[in-house]
Design a protein around this ligand. Structure first.
Ligand code: ADP
Ligand code: MG
Length: 212
């Protein structure tokens, strides 16, 4: 069996079975290099270009870790735009199809605030959102991050380019210190290095050039 087979990861059986259904035959390079560390609970900085399969890398880590019986916000994924957040939420729901009753909620700017409060009152396991809107819900007391154990910054370089540094800092301040943090980025400028050293604990660095 090749080392890039998903079966080498010992994922929850229902997750592994669903991957076969989705036609994911083997891991992409960024997945095979990051997932063992992600599943071991380490902080990971992963750099890889568009289309390299970063969503499933953190998505599988997040879903393997999740306790469905505990109806609390356990994972938060931050993305630069609503379009990207919607794509990530869609991919996570697809990966989670074999796990019953998982609730993934998106919280993005440009959407009405009121219905999001209602959705938060109903509860969720996973939130995918944009930093500004997530920070606003945290600040106003509609979203508690007390039970968060995994924070993912997706396309971190773009979030910083878009001026989300303050919102990210406020969200991190509201999250438990004892958590896992994953940072995904296409590039690794100084600004990312600085935020990583502040919010991550002994991160493992993974860099992949090719998609396949
Ligand atoms: P990135 O975030 O790195 O730009 P995505 O996570 O959006 O890339 O993945 C790109 C595409 O590859 C998606 O359509 C996704 O469903 C698909 N994909 C991801 N991992 C695999 C895999 N192991 N096997 C087959 N397809 C995959
Ligand atoms: Mg992506």
């Amino acid at each position: 069996m090749s080392s890039n087979a998903f079966s080498t990861l010992n994922l929850k059986p229902e997750l592994e079975a669903n991957l076969a259904t989705l036609g994911y035959a083997s891991m992409t390079p960024i997945q095979s290099q990051s997932l063992p560390h992600i599943l071991a609970g380490k902080d990971v900085i992963a750099q890889g270009k568009t289309g390299s399969g970063k969503t499933a890398a953190f998505g599988l880590g997040l879903l393997d870790h999740l306790n469905v019986k505990r109806f609390r916000i356990q994972s938060l994924v931050l993305c630069p735009t609503r379009e990207l957040a919607d794509q990530v939420a869609k991919e996570i729901r697809k990966l989670a199809r074999s796990i019953h009753n998982i609730k993934v909620l998106t919280l993005c700017g440009g959407m009405p605030f009121g219905p999001q409060i209602g959705s938060l009152e109903h509860g969720a396991h996973i939130i995918v959102g944009t930093p500004g809107r997530v920070e606003e819900h945290v600040r106003k007391g509609f979203l508690s991050l007390d039970d968060l154990n995994l924070l993912v910054l997706d396309e971190a370089d773009r979030m910083l380019e878009m001026g989300f540094q303050d919102a990210l800092d406020a969200i991190v301040d509201a999250a438990p210190v004892d958590r896992q943090t994953l940072l995904f980025s296409a590039t690794y400028p100084k600004q990312i290095e600085a935020i990583a050293s502040e919010i991550m604990h002994k991160p493992v660095m993974v860099k992949v050039e090719s998609t396949h």
